[in-house]
Write a protein that binds this ligand. Structure first.
Ligand code: CP
Length: 320
């Protein structure tokens, strides 16, 4: 595996899940694989879980790790070709990428959607420049339209806690004060569509996710109907994806607090487990009592980020 940006890159999910369990039994099993190999983690945006879990995963495999926060201490980077660089940006990404690639063997990139251009975000302009110009294996640590390390950890968690062979999994939109990218719900849909689950998406009108990720999934606009019989509730906010109204791309169209996941919502389900990628805004997305309930899996879900990253880095190291 030379790149990791979506579910297709990981191949057979049953094999990937078996590898995850193998790593979970002994996370240092491949501790010599990364000897004298360096993992460079580049953050254009903030992070807690990805920053820590991916470093831990690289160290599980015996790698050295370099973390670069582009906006804190590095030169400000221009990303557009043809720009007269007379502003505050001192270096161009087209030089910075091959320079950074000299110092490492594998590169992780976090670069969120900018909401300036739907086309730029949905063609993954920044991530694809790293793939094209670094000459190194590149993996997404959440890009403009996808967060595959998170979705893989989500799937591992569902596999560990499911009470039936084919559980019903519901992705629900929930309110948030700020405009958030669609990376997490897109990737969750991408992975659930490949997994052995009954997958349903629910959101207000106007929040339709890109068909590339929704594919054949059922979309139910009535949140209560969607929740009925659910075994897992995956809550997430996202801003307007601009599918039905391109002019609204990246806007907050709705702050309807009736979509907040509370105990009444959870009572509609089959005693469902609650999932969220974190960070979460309590009492916007989910109430205190739901996130603190024994059925909340947010902490083991976050712990599985180390496992998903270890599996992915192992695959990338094997490609060297
Ligand atoms: N879930 C997730 O990616 O968390 P961070 O943004 O803190 O890395």
């Amino acid at each position: 595996m030379r790149t990791f940006t979506n579910v297709k890159d990981i191949g057979d999910l049953k094999v990937a899940l078996a590898e995850a369990q193998e790593i979970k039994q002994n996370r240092y099993k491949y501790e010599t694989l990364g000897h004298h190999k360096t993992c460079l983690l580049i953050f254009f945006n903030n992070s807690l879980r990805t920053r820590l879990s991916t470093q831990k995963a690289a160290r599980n495999l015996g790698m050295d790790v370099i973390v670069l926060d582009i906006n804190q201490g590095a030169w400000k980077l221009e990303t557009e070709r043809g720009v007269v660089m007379d502003g505050d940006k001192s270096e161009h990404l087209l030089e910075a990428i091959p320079v950074m690639a000299n110092y490492c063997d594998v590169i992780g990139v976090r670069s969120f959607a900018r909401f300036e251009s739907r086309e730029d975000d949905y063609t993954e302009k920044i991530l694809n420049q790293f793939i094209k110009y670094s000459g190194k294996p590149v993996f997404s640590m959440e890009a403009a339209t996808g967060h595959p390390l998170q979705a893989f950890a989500d799937l591992i968690t569902i596999e560990e806690y499911k009470r039936k062979d084919r559980p019903k999994v519901v992705l629900t939109w929930a309110p948030h004060p700020k405009a958030l990218p669609q990376a997490v719900p897109n990737s969750f849909a991408d992975w659930m569509n490949e997994a052995d689950v009954d997958f349903v998406i629910t959101h207000p009108h106007g929040y339709e996710l890109d068909p590339k990720f929704v594919r054949g999934a059922k979309v139910e606009y009535d949140q209560k109907k969607a929740f009925e019989g659910a075994d897992f509730i995956y809550a997430k906010n996202w801003a307007c994806p601009g599918v039905t109204t391109p002019e609204d791309y990246g806007k907050v169209l709705c702050k309807d607090m009736s979509w907040t996941v509370d105990t009444e919502h959870m009572s509609w389900t089959n005693n469902a487990y609650f999932l969220h990628c974190l960070p979460v805004r309590r009492n916007m997305i989910v109430t205190d009592d739901v996130i603190e309930a024994p059925t909340s899996l947010v902490i083991p879900e976050a712990a599985n980020r180390e496992i998903s990253a270890t599996v992915v880095l192992r695959r990338l190291l094997e490609s060297l």
